[in-house]
Ligand binder design. Structure first.
Ligand SMILES: Cc1cc2nc3c(=O)[nH]c(=O)nc-3n(C[C@H](O)[C@H](O)[C@H](O)COP(=O)(O)O)c2cc1C
Length: 306
């Protein structure tokens, strides 16, 4: 165990160089710790535990042994500010925590799963994250929520971000929503003509089984708002299992090629897109019913839950 020297910055080795390079803090101000190292503050003992890629490549959490308290850094954080220091009602925090997870943690799902296992070996009574409330009685709630979001399990849910200039794509989206709803699937639509709250869209991506992108052709390609949404999906790496595309065009069909390229790093299966010419007709609605049937079947096959 190390004695704690005055005015030192305690960190792991990988954090040192940014602080030296960016803030010009002199080398002798650092006390570098390794995974599992402890420091005595007299009657309190701090243990440092590496949790790499829980948002940052060098994330480290700190365990205060005597108080069984975990200072969890970004882990278990939420986008929530309140004068209520210790959380009493989990209903208040669920969406704020899910939004934080969606916007910051989702791309690092595999690391989150590993690091939840790592901290489970500690006897924890209190969790104090960098953002959001402290968890005391409710600590299992936030651990369970993070476990659930990062797990491979998906919900029987389809999310449909779309843009429509002359209502053809919108009509298709509305029809597909009805068809999926009749099959007991939850459908969330995001109209991206205006900038809107893209964070809400990210939150729905956390556990949806399927993403259907609604897009009209424009300027020999895809509408820029949808290109942006698809780029975001690719960067956030949600666990969606299926992706499809619906939409209208006038004379070219590059939309499908362009969008599947943008989401190419996702492991999702592409379900055959429905791209039509102009305003939808009866035969196009039949194709949308077929798409809804395929989605429903695949949801049953993978055991997507309500
Ligand atoms: C400004 C503008 C640009 C368009 N550019 C293309 C294009 O490059 N390629 C194409 O196939 N259709 C193009 N179209 C035709 C639309 O894709 C077509 O009208 C489609 O039905 C529009 O779908 P929406 O009603 O959902 O907006 C364009 C339409 C508009 C209004």
């Amino acid at each position: 165990m190390r004695a704690y020297p005055e005015s030192k910055v305690v960190l792991n080795e990988r954090c040192k160089s940014p602080l030296v390079d960016l803030l010009l803090i002199s080398e002798d101000r650092f006390l570098v710790v390794g995974d599992g190292d402890t420091i005595s503050l007299g009657d309190k003992t701090l243990q440092f535990i590496f949790a790499p890629w829980v948002h940052w490549p060098k994330t480290m959490v700190t365990y205060l042994k005597e108080d069984k308290m975990l200072f969890s850094c970004n882990f278990f954080s939420s986008h929530y500010a309140s004068d209520e220091l210790i959380l009493k009602d989990e209903k208040k925090i669920y969406n704020a925590a899910k939004r934080y997870y969606a916007e910051n943690m989702m791309p690092f799902r595999a690391s989150i799963i590993k690091n939840i296992e790592k901290i489970k070996s500690l006897d924890i009574e209190i969790i104090a994250p960098s953002h959001g409330p402290i968890y005391k009685e409710k600590k299992d709630f936030i651990i369970n929520a993070y476990s659930d979001w990062s797990s491979d399990k998906v919900k029987n849910k389809v999310i449909i971000p779309y843009v429509s200039m002359r209502d053809s794509t919108e009509k298709m989206v509305e029809y597909l929503k009805k068809s999926l709803t009749k099959k007991g699937i939850t459908v969330k639509i995001f109209h991206l003509n205006d900038s809107g709250d893209i964070g809400e869209f990210a939150m729905e991506l956390v556990d949806a089984a399927t993403l259907v992108i609604g897009i009209p052709a424009i300027l020999s390609g895809s509408h820029p708002n949808i290109v942006y949404a698809a780029y975001l999906v690719n960067a956030l790496k949600p666990k969606v299992k299926f992706i499809s595309i619906i939409g209208a065009h006038g004379w070219g069909k590059k939309t499908v090629e362009m969008l599947t390229d943008i989401v190419s790093t996702l492991k999702a299966e592409i379900i055959e897109p429905v791209v039509i010419n102009g305003y939808p007709k009866d035969s196009d609605f039949e194709l949308l019913d077929e798409l809804a049937e395929k989605i429903s079947t695949r949801h049953v096959e993978i055991g997507a839950t309500d």
